[in-house]
Structures are given as C-alpha cells and as structure tokens.
Design a protein around this ligand. Structure first.
Ligand SMILES: [Zn+2]
Length: 197
C-alpha cells in the first residue's frame, strides 16, 4: 500500500471528500506507537463497518507478512462479524469539518501492531461518535449527496452523514433510496449503512 505521512494532504484517489491522510503506514518507515482508549477503539470499530472509497481487490498487512511473499489478508472481528480489511477507507470528521481518511487496515494496525494515530484523528473519531461535528460539515456532505459529480462521492458523503449525524440524515436518506430515480449503486451501499444503525 502507498505510504503517506500522517496529516499530509489526501491524494490517494479521486475521492473529493477527504482532506488529510492518517494511518497509511509502510513497513519501511517508523510509526508512532502507544496506547489508545477503549472508547476510541469502540467508535473506530463501528466505523470499520461502514466502508468509504470501497475498491476491488485488497491490500495485505505488510507487518504481518514481513517474512513471506505475497502478504497476508487481514480480517477483524467486530460485533460478532468478520470484516475483511484492506480494500476501503474510513473517514473521521473533526469538529471544524476537516475530513481525515485512513485505510480501514488502521483498525488492525492499532489493535495488533501498536500504532497510535495522531491526536487530531483520535479526537475526531470520538467527537464523531458523539455527534459533535460542525454544522458546516453536515451542510457540505448534504450538498455532496445531492450534487457530487462522482456517484462514489455521493455514496461516501451519505455514509459520512449516517456516521456523524444520523438524527439529521436517516429519514432523508431513507426517502432518497426508495425513489425510483435513485441510482442502484447508491441505493445498495446506503441501505447497508442504514441497516447498521
Ligand atoms: Zn498486521
């Protein structure tokens, strides 16, 4: 997987939502280590269930597979369900609306390899779990659901909204996915996220 320094500008894909990178680790680079709170891990786990920027294929964990060729596929057991990691991202939205994007492997990096993400990211995950996201970020995401040129961005914005502001978005999105004109990819992905609430 491509390495990006923590808190560098997001450039990995065409995705229009994220502002900054977190957790794009490389086995060739040292990373920050240390304990994180169980509260943080719990919210992070609930996030991993809602993939953003979902891609085909997958990246293995290069720390687990350092002595083997080809890498080792990674799964995480979250709320009794086995999730395959390595082909999607998660978003964390700070109180002032900045969006961090991390590969969902970040859950495994923290859980199994002792990685400690930057404090800004940890705080954004916790704040998002408590619904403390600035109104401007909610408005930006709603506009993206309606107007983003790429369907993938509309889906990701909808899932971001479900994550950080379910009270303001669930009824609205539930109506959108039932419209005959709703794009089938949007309907399928957003319905799965809505069912997780
Ligand atoms: Zn690993």
């Amino acid at each position: 997987m491509t390495y990006y320094r923590d808190l560098s500008k997001y450039v990995y894909s065409e995705s229009a939502i994220p502002d900054m990178n977190v957790g794009w680790l490389s086995r060739w680079r040292l990373f920050a280590g240390g304990a994180v709170s169980s509260e943080f891990m719990e919210v992070l786990a609930s996030q991993v269930r809602m993939p953003r920027n979902q891609m085909r294929g997958g990246h293995p964990c290069h720390f687990c597979s350092a002595l083997r060729l080809g890498g080792v596929a990674v799964t995480a057991r979250i709320f009794e369900v086995e999730y395959r990691l390595g082909s999607a991202e998660i978003h964390a939205i700070s109180r002032n609306g900045e969006v961090f994007s991390a590969p969902n492997l970040i859950y495994h990096y923290i859980d199994r390899h002792g990685y400690r993400p930057p404090g800004e990211f940890v705080q954004a995950i916790i704040d998002g779990g408590e619904g403390k996201v600035h109104k401007s970020a909610i408005i930006r995401l709603r506009e993206m659901v309606e107007d983003a040129p790429r369907m993938e961005d509309r889906v990701d914005a909808a899932i971001d909204l479900i994550q950080v502001s379910p009270a303001s978005s669930v009824n609205w999105l539930s109506e959108i996915v039932e419209l005959p004109s709703c794009h089938s990819y949007f309907r399928r992905r957003v319905k799965v996220a809505l069912q997780l609430l």
